[in-house]
Design a protein around this ligand. Structure first.
Ligand SMILES: *Cc1c(COP(=O)(O)O)cnc(C)c1O
Length: 412
């Protein structure tokens, strides 16, 4: 029995198996690829499991990450994993008054602000708590350099201030009390296709940050230049490596921010998928195998309710799973158990000989797994999630949904 079969016999399927040593390895690899002065935010949306988050915080042989969150649920996960409020960056275009109050009350002091009213709301809440919050103005750049799979700038968007009109709103932003306009936040791309595109995008971002600092007379204390670090999603393969990134970033910063090594300003990158993608595998059980008009369908106990409900976030095409299985002898469509033809994990992919009771293992499923899936759809239980360290199980758990009566309801 291999380890996945052993674990699925113990915990059932569908089952996520995460290796915390792999999370630690990814953190070290990415931090080593960046200049040592850089900070690195972990975007919890890729996987908010508290033990994954803790593995990215706890000092080992690498520096610690900080936490980037966008909801009170992620805030709770970050705090549970041991982060303190001052290690957290709160982002997102729709922060509500309630969320802001909770975050500031729990010590969060750095926010990425995405609109004028967002800055007002942050300032108002900070004032009410008698504190000043640092705002990074998120910038939606008018121009971009790399070709990428997910692009978030250069077009009309709910994200960020347009770089070309930021100058017009600056006087109004400066009058808002309760906030300190501490810096800029960029997140122009996700999952860059190669190192050259990533470097081109970062170089562009650094030049734009310098230009905005000068034009807006905004002394920057902190600049988050975004991410785009890539790892295969549910297909075999390794994390990308970035041998030239460190020197390329240093060169661009030497040119545009001569005091960056002294921390003026401080720089950060952010990542979700790269840090956790390779740490996880999804083990699914085969319920049925059937042939329909000459095509084979392998029906699993895991579908888009378990994996890839959002298709890896922003990929609007269906998820395309590939198995890392050298026994592959056949082609079949891997489908889930849900009553919708959209429950397709991989169409006509290579598979081994499979029958009811067998298991398949989807590799590189540690990012955008349960958290980005349609967990509630069709009422199946959430998958079990098992954490390994040193090859040993350190925890096993499952998310539970339950309906709770609200006190304002008729019978509450
Ligand atoms: C989603 C998101 C990330 C993480 O993206 P990955 O592609 O998983 O690295 C980072 N920053 C922001 C602002 C995001 O919205």
């Amino acid at each position: 029995m291999n380890q996945y079969e052993d674990l699925s016999a113990r915990f059932g399927t569908p089952l996520y198996v995460y290796d915390l040593d792999e999370v630690a390895a990814a953190r070290k690899e990415l931090l080593d690829a960046l200049p040592e002065e850089f900070e690195l935010f972990y975007a919890l949306k890729a996987n908010p499991h508290p033990e994954i988050v803790r593995a990215l915080r706890e000092p080992g042989d690498a520096r610690s990450c900080r936490a980037e969150i966008s909801s009170t649920g992620e805030l709770a996960a970050a705090l549970e994993a041991g982060f303190s409020g001052d290690e957290i960056l709160y982002t997102g275009p729709g922060k509500t008054a309630g969320e802001l109050s909770e975050a500031i009350g729990l010590g969060v002091r750095m926010f990425s602000a995405e609109s004028e009213t967002d800055v007002q709301h942050i300032g108002r809440t900070a004032d009410a708590h008698g504190v000043v919050a640092d705002c990074l103005l998120r910038v939606n750049s008018a121009t971009a350099s790399a070709t990428t799979s997910i692009r978030m700038t250069g077009a009309p968007s709910q994200f960020g201030f347009e770089s070309e009109t930021l100058g017009e709103v600056m006087p109004r932003l400066r009058r808002i009390s309760g906030v300190h306009l501490a810096g800029l936040h960029f997140f122009p791309l996700s999952n860059a296709k190669d190192e050259a595109s990533l470097i081109a995008e970062f170089t562009h971002t650094i030049a734009l940050a310098a230009q905005l600092q000068q034009e807006l007379e905004l002394p920057l204390r902190f600049v988050d230049i975004g991410g785009g670090f890539s790892v295969p999603y549910a297909t075999p393969g390794r994390r990308a490596s970035y041998p030239g990134l460190r020197d390329a970033l240093a060169a661009a910063l030497d040119e545009h921010f001569p005091a960056w090594r002294e921390g003026t300003p401080r720089f950060a990158c952010e990542s979700g998928r790269y840090l956790v993608g390779a740490s996880g595998a999804l083990v699914a059980g085969v319920s049925n195998v059937k042939v329909s008009r000459g095509r084979k369908f392998v029906i699993l106990d895991a579908g888009i309710n378990t994996f890839g409900g959002m298709s890896g976030l922003g990929r609007l095409l269906p998820v395309t799973v590939e198995l890392d299985d050298t026994r592959a002898v056949d082609r079949a469509s891997l489908v889930g158990p849900l009553c919708t033809p959209g429950d397709m994990l991989g169409r006509e992919i290579k598979v081994p000989e499979l029958g009811p009771g067998d298991t398949v293992v989807v590799p590189n499923a540690g990012a955008y797994g349960p958290t980005a899936s349609l967990l509630m759809f069709l009422g199946r239980p959430a998958p079990a999630e098992v954490m390994l360290r040193g090859g040993e199980v350190v925890s096993a758990s499952r998310i539970e949904h339950r309906r709770t009566p609200l006190s304002g309801s008729a019978h509450g």
